[in-house]
Design a protein around this ligand. Structure first.
Ligand code: NOJ
Length: 549
């Protein structure tokens, strides 16, 4: 009897996030585009070896929040191309075996979306209730809710004499998901892209869509209790009990999942929700009581865990322990909202982080440029573009969104040499840190990622095997075993700047499959296994030993 599990592409695969503005500019306007993505598909499939791409928004938008303010969900902004280019991208990606995930932004539209233009045109407009409109309360704001991007979550509309609600910019009014017409319209949007053949969706702020039906005030958070999340300025003065995360959201996600499942017969579709919740039970509830909601809520915990062996291990073990039965884990080390990995943990540790991400149990999502160790770029004041950073000093996300560094050519190969100024400045280090240079250097970041991705692809224990943390390792090391049937992979990560000697003699001999230093592979004695400072190794153990069950 075949007892091999048959995991789906989104479980075994590695997802690569593309921020389209910054990936590849094909026409020299200084902004990346979909044709640019097509030009780089061979890099993604053959050179790097990822299995799926997630494209951040490319829909028509006034770009107040760089595309997360959508003015038309079923088209492509001319900046990025058109629907024909998108179809071509999809076909070319599929031809190379790459799945395509797109962003679906259900919580809010642009204030330039025709739905909102209608909604704000009069109190009697049929689309009035597609958004959250309220009268003033005692001459002031309807309640105490705050925008995550600063200031109140309410904007006064002079014309109709009411406030509308916005969780982010005032140019991003929140849709009213309690209105079935909104749900129907947004589900139609999903159908539009599923019919075109997309493989799935990344759902923007999935936990925001349902608010308290009575719009009650949030309780104050006078102590600004630790949130296990990054500080968000004035937003942290409240406990966000009523302005997001209402349990009624789960019914929507069940319906959405049923919609995806209906399209999944020949082509399994997938969704991952952006969920910033750090209470594991609540976070896990988004898988659904019967695993019938999101395929995965994004797990951002490693972005905020202190970079030490014990805390990283605890983060992983807590997640493993809290996962609903049968739910599939996932890990993220970078995205377009967070400081760059190599800047957060340092370049040497970023190599260790690569091994961690690509050897844990669950789906890894990589952020473009992390595979070459791109760092945060300091943006001169006149060139800052992120509205979050402009509204709330210190929160700017531009530093992690700079153009991809392909080569040492003018414009880093991101844009043609004659291009107009790139939308964000290039990193000053692009002449040394770029794809072309790193391909030529055997031990580069990029070659490490390629090696790790290739190992993962050819190793069932890494793709779908179990995870067992090993106790007794040196305090600065994190050691775990991944096992599928009789294949066993030991991963040993040294988080310290000292050499560490690990007694792994119970595993006998092993074959080193990869080291973050990229200078040793092959047979190795495990009594002891010596790790150099910041080194991680992946060892395939002899298979005839006792198997941990
Ligand atoms: C989350 C997105 O990741 C972020 O970039 C955006 O600003 C907000 N949602 C608002 O859409």
């Amino acid at each position: 009897m075949d007892t091999t599990p048959h995991p789906l592409w989104w479980q075994t695969g590695v997802i690569y996030q593309i921020y389209p503005r910054s990936f590849q500019d094909s026409n020299g306007d200084g902004v990346g585009d979909l044709t640019g993505v097509i030009q780089r598909l061979d890099y993604l499939s053959s050179t790097l070896g990822v299995d799926a791409i997630w494209l951040s928004p490319f829909f028509p938008s006034p770009q107040a929040d760089w595309g997360y303010d959508v003015a038309n969900y079923t088209d492509v902004d001319p900046l990025f191309g058109d629907l024909t280019t998108f179809d071509q991208l999809l076909a070319e990606a599929h031809r190379r075996g790459i799945r395509v995930i797109i962003d679906w932004v259900p919580n809010h539209t642009s204030d330039q979306h025709p739905w909102f233009i209608e909604s704000r045109s009069s109190r009697n407009n049929p689309k009035r209730d597609w958004y959250i409109w309220r009268d003033a309360r005692a001459g002031g704001l309807p309640n105490n809710w705050l925008s995550l991007f600063g200031g109140p979550a309410w904007e006064w509309d002079e014309n109709t004499g009411q406030y509308y609600m916005h969780s982010f910019l005032k140019e991003q009014p929140d849709l009213s998901w309690r209105n079935p017409e909104v749900k129907a319209a947004m589900f139609d949007v999903a159908r539009f892209w599923l019919e075109r053949g997309v493989d799935g969706f990344r759902i923007d702020v999935a936990h925001f869509i349902m608010k308290d039906p009575e719009l009650r005030d949030n309780p104050l958070n006078p102590k600004r209790a630790d949130t296990a999340y990054k500080p968000l300025g004035a937003y942290d003065t409240q406990i966000h009990l009523h302005d997001k995360g209402h349990p009624d959201g789960h019914a929507i996600w069940r319906e959405f999942r049923a919609l995806l499942d209906a399209y999944s017969a020949g082509q399994p579709r997938y969704c991952v929700g952006e969920i910033h919740i750090f209470d594991w039970r609540e976070w896990g509830s988004y898988y659904g009581a019967n695993l019938d909601e999101l395929h995965m809520p994004f797990n951002f915990a490693l972005l905020f865990a202190p970079w030490q062996a014990a805390s990283i291990r605890k983060t992983v073990d807590d997640l493993e322990a809290a996962l609903p039965r049968g739910a599939w884990p996932n890990y993220v080390l970078g995205n377009h909202d967070e400081p760059r990995l190599a800047s957060r943990v340092g370049r040497d540790n970023a190599r260790l982080a690569a091994m961690l991400l690509l050897t844990l149990r669950g789906t890894p999502t990589l952020y473009y440029g992390d595979e070459i160790g791109m760092t945060n770029v300091s943006i001169p004041p006149g060139r800052q573009r992120d509205p979050f950073g402009l509204c709330v000093p210190g929160q700017g996300r531009d530093p992690c969104r700079t153009p991809m560094q392909w080569s040492d050519a003018p414009n880093a190969g991101f844009a043609p040499p004659h291009a107009t100024e790139c939308w964000l400045p290039l990193s000053p280090d692009y002449r040394e840190i770029n794809v072309e240079c790193q391909l030529a250097e055997p031990t580069s970041f990029l070659n490490l990622y390629r090696r790790l991705l290739a190992c993962r692809k050819s190793t069932p224990a890494l793709q779908w095997g179990s995870y067992h943390p090993l106790g007794g390792a040196a305090k600065d090391c994190y050691v775990y075993l991944r096992q599928a049937k009789n294949q066993r992979i030991l991963v040993a990560l040294n988080f310290s700047e000292q050499e560490q000697s690990l007694d792994l003699s119970t595993f006998g001999h092993g074959r080193i499959r990869a080291s973050t230093c990229m200078d040793r592979e092959g047979q190795s004695n495990l009594a002891p296994l010596v790790l150099r400072p910041d080194e991680g190794v992946m060892v395939e153990c002899a298979s005839n030993r006792e198997v941990i069950s």
